[in-house]
Design a protein around this ligand. Sequence first.
Ligand code: ADP
Ligand code: MG
Length: 446
Amino acid sequence: MLQVKNLSGGYSDVNILRNVSFSVSRGELFGILGPNGSGKSTLLKMISRVLSIKDGEILLDGCALQQYSSKKLARLLAVLPQVTSEVFPFTVKETVELGRYAHQRGLFQTWSPKDEAVVQEVMALTKIKEFQGASLQELSGGERQRAFLAQALAQEPDILLLDEPTNHLDLSHQKGLLDQLKSWARQRGLTVVTVFHDLNLASLYCDRLLILNEGEVICFGTPEEVLNETLIQQVYKTALENHPHPEVPKPNIVLIPDPEWGERLTLDESYLSRNNEGVTFHSPVPLKTIASAPKGSGLGWKEKFVICKSRLLIEKNENTVEMQAYSAEQLYTHYAAYHEEGFSILIILTADCRLHYFHTWLFINGHVSENTLIEALITVSEGKQTALKEKPRPNGWEDGIVVAATQKGENLTTGRLSSKLGQTILNGMLDCSEKLFNSIKSSLSN
Ligand code: ADP
Ligand code: MG
């Protein structure tokens, strides 16, 4: 539907775009990304013939762009420009009606029932009917954006070019617009080429993406191919990571803020409190946590870790992990810290004498990836299995596990048994369990 071949050009003598090539198929939702000033708007202006081509060519539906009459071009292609603050003194409906210009015939252009029907339809689609009589000047940025989108749609184009269409929209209107564009692309074969500011919106909605940097194409392909952590870091010159979307298999790029200097924290037993009813560990900062527990399971940021005999699930706090203790028996806790070069760990074990439960908390004073957290969890679980091998346990026992890290200090890249962290966890688990069993034994024999 759209082919751009070795395109170069820009404003007067300065070439902003250099040797840009890509193509977009009919019905595709195609996203253009790039840092500020990389030439995205310039590219859209060249495709919509606002700027002329210096070198190379643009083909629309197989024909060179220059060969189209303005009216024919307007029936094929509509543009939603980057919204500026300058506004014309038209009403919303008048603005939308302007979109029909290319479809009107004859010397004395007449307004046909078809024109009216299209205008009504696109106003309904963009949800601006209720303020169709209002002047553009009275509208919010987002409402104005939707009025201009309706104008573009009133052209009934085959290709829609959009420049940062979601910029002035709140979350629900962003989703509404993109869902709508996607369904028009799928159902009506509309080809959508849109500039995006937000990498993650582009990742969620576009079939393919193109990245521009300093007027050149860096790469184009599916979101998975393009939104590569290293490449995006280089182009945007900033620290970020890809943490795939939790619900759909799409890349999701997150910013990593600079660390706050001067912050030091070592988790130790001073954050632990115990009584006959339970155990609480209250960290002064949220910890990157993986947990298996009745409340607060999974991956997340947690601050408070609780084991209690009664009143389970009273905490409404999202930051809490809660486990249950068997109320008929006394509760035993043993903790120990293990120090290595660059990091340390704190293990806290809680059980009753018959091992109805054997809860393990592992706190890591160090920085871990999600991967390390999961490997550490597996190592904890192996250590626990070894420690409990010979121990008879009542039926229906239930154990909780927490592995949580401060995310300050040394980068720990793995938690596997073969690593320093893995070894420290395993030895710590065996040592700490044995001490817990001993204290249970001596308390029972007293
Ligand atoms: P983007 O949309 O990616 O942020 P633009 O395509 O608007 O970037 O701009 C690319 C470059 O072209 C920038 O360096 C900008 O300063 C320059 N530029 C933009 N508009 C004009 C103009 N009307 N005249 C001259 N230079 C311009
Ligand atoms: Mg721009």
